[in-house]
Design a protein around this ligand. Structure first.
Ligand code: ADP
Length: 418
């Protein structure tokens, strides 16, 4: 191996000096032998012998003057990989801490700093996480070198669920340094979606089971005690038809929701005129409105207002909103539907009723599936609890928003803003 660095000439100098030290020592020995009376010949032979010895010892080095000494040929001490580890971890969007074998935090990536704040280097992990699960897991990994992970929840500053994993960096020990990475994968959103899905299935099953149980009950009554009661049978059959219709509405709404979910990210690609859509919805709801004693007033501008949208879906949106206004705002007698462009040029459709209004705490949750301010009230009005969830899905696809304003005792305004 060639020594290309500035070390070459220093080694040469060192070799030259040590050779001259040997020669000098040999000369001194010979001189002292001569001075003590030994024969001059003996001294000269001694001098020559020592000189040859010195030259012989220097030969290998003189033959290969640039050869690197054996000590330098062996592998250089491994570089500390910490700076490289840190540089790579900063690019990872997940909090990661670097620990030493004593479970002390010696560095953290930027994501860890954002999520957990700056932690003092050198502190033991237990100063930040007291969870026995995390500490036992780290202890086991630092002892065995085998990676480990557990699920861990935090309540502060907000409720979060993490998969915490600890693994040794470079388990083969090629770097000569032992570090461990402690990472926190946030699965809170996944958990929330899981919970939502299972709540949804539970709610849907419950909603279907109730009319089903009622149907079964009436069938059994008609087969047994009411077998010969023609009047009771007629009454029961009417109720059964009502329950069957309820189940069918629910199934229709569920199918509608899943269809909408499939195309949630595909915005409509054609223009529709809103005036005729609102006129159509008003006409189709006229029988219900008159049954409830409500008048639907439609306020349309002269100009033709168009938006990017799908006609059938927008009909579903306004049918839901106007039907709700008629059902829940029945006491107010009038439902006002207005289409206009606001000063900023946005298109708005507002549906206002003069009913009892909605308590403020319920307003943010109205578009959740199966959320109802009053379950019995909704059921008695043929509600499924899915209407506003469907509205929200359709509007999201249309890049539109639903704004709800309600004052207790003063009715509600549901505004769709395109
Ligand atoms: P539902 O099928 O029960 O009508 P929606 O999703 O359409 O379900 O509405 C959810 C709940 O919001 C209703 O059950 C009702 O409690 C409340 N709500 C909706 N619109 C109005 C309104 N105009 N006035 C008062 N409450 C309303």
């Amino acid at each position: 191996m060639q020594d290309d660095s500035g070390e070459g000439w220093r080694n040469d100098l060192r070799r030259l000096l040590s050779a001259w030290i040997y020669i000098l020592a040999a000369a001194l020995l010979a001189l002292s032998a001569w001075a003590t009376g030994a024969a001059t010949g003996f001294a000269v032979i001694l001098f020559v012998l020592l000189f040859l010895l010195v030259v012989f010892r220097q030969l290998p080095e003189n033959d290969a003057p640039d050869a690197v000494p054996p000590a330098a040929v062996s592998a250089p001490p491994p570089a500390d990989p910490l700076p490289l580890i840190l540089a790579s971890l900063d690019g990872v969007d997940m909090p990661i801490f670097v620990l030493n074998p004593d479970a002390e935090m010696i560095a953290q990536n930027q994501s860890a700093e954002r999520v957990f704040g700056t932690l003092l280097s050198g502190l033991h992990v237990s100063t930040r996480w007291r969870s026995p699960g995390i500490l036992d897991m780290i202890r086991e990994t630092t002892e065995t070198g085998a990676p480990n992970q557990i699920e861990h929840s935090e309540r502060h500053p907000s409720e979060r669920v993490y998969i915490v994993r600890v693994a040794q960096v470079d388990p083969q020990q090629t770097s000569g340094q032992t570090y461990f990475l402690l990472s926190f994968r946030d699965i809170s959103e996944l958990r929330r979606l899981d919970r939502m899905r299972s709540d949804f299935v539970a709610n849907a099953s419950h909603e279907l089971r109730t009319p089903l149980a009622s149907l079964r009950g009436f069938i059994e009554t008609m087969q047994g005690p009411a077998r010969d009661d023609a009047k009771a049978k007629d009454r029961f059959l009417a109720i059964m038809l009502d329950q069957a219709n309820r189940m069918s509405r629910l199934v229709d709404d569920l199918l509608s929701l899943s269809r909408l979910e499939l195309k949630a990210h595909v915005p409509p690609d054609r223009k529709v005129e809103l005036g005729p859509i609102l006129g159509h919805v008003r006409d189709s709801l006229a029988p219900l409105a008159s049954e409830l004693g409500v008048e639907i007033r439609l306020d349309l501008p002269e100009e033709k207002i168009e938006v990017m949208g799908e006609r059938d879906e927008l009909v579903e949106v306004f049918e839901n909103l106007i039907e709700n206004a008629c059902k829940y705002g029945q006491d107010g007698k009038v439902v006002e539907v207005a289409l206009r462009k606001d000063v900023g040029g946005a298109t708005e459709v507002s549906v206002r009723d003069h009913g009892p209004g909605i308590p403020a705490e319920h307003v943010p949750r109205l578009t959740e599936r199966f959320y109802r301010v009053n379950v019995e009230d909704s059921r008695s009005k043929k509600g499924t609890g899915l209407g506003l969830a469907i509205v929200k899905h359709i509007l999201t696809r249309h890049r539109a928003r639903l704004i709800v304003k309600s004052d207790l005792g003063d009715g509600s305004v549901f505004t769709v803003r395109f």
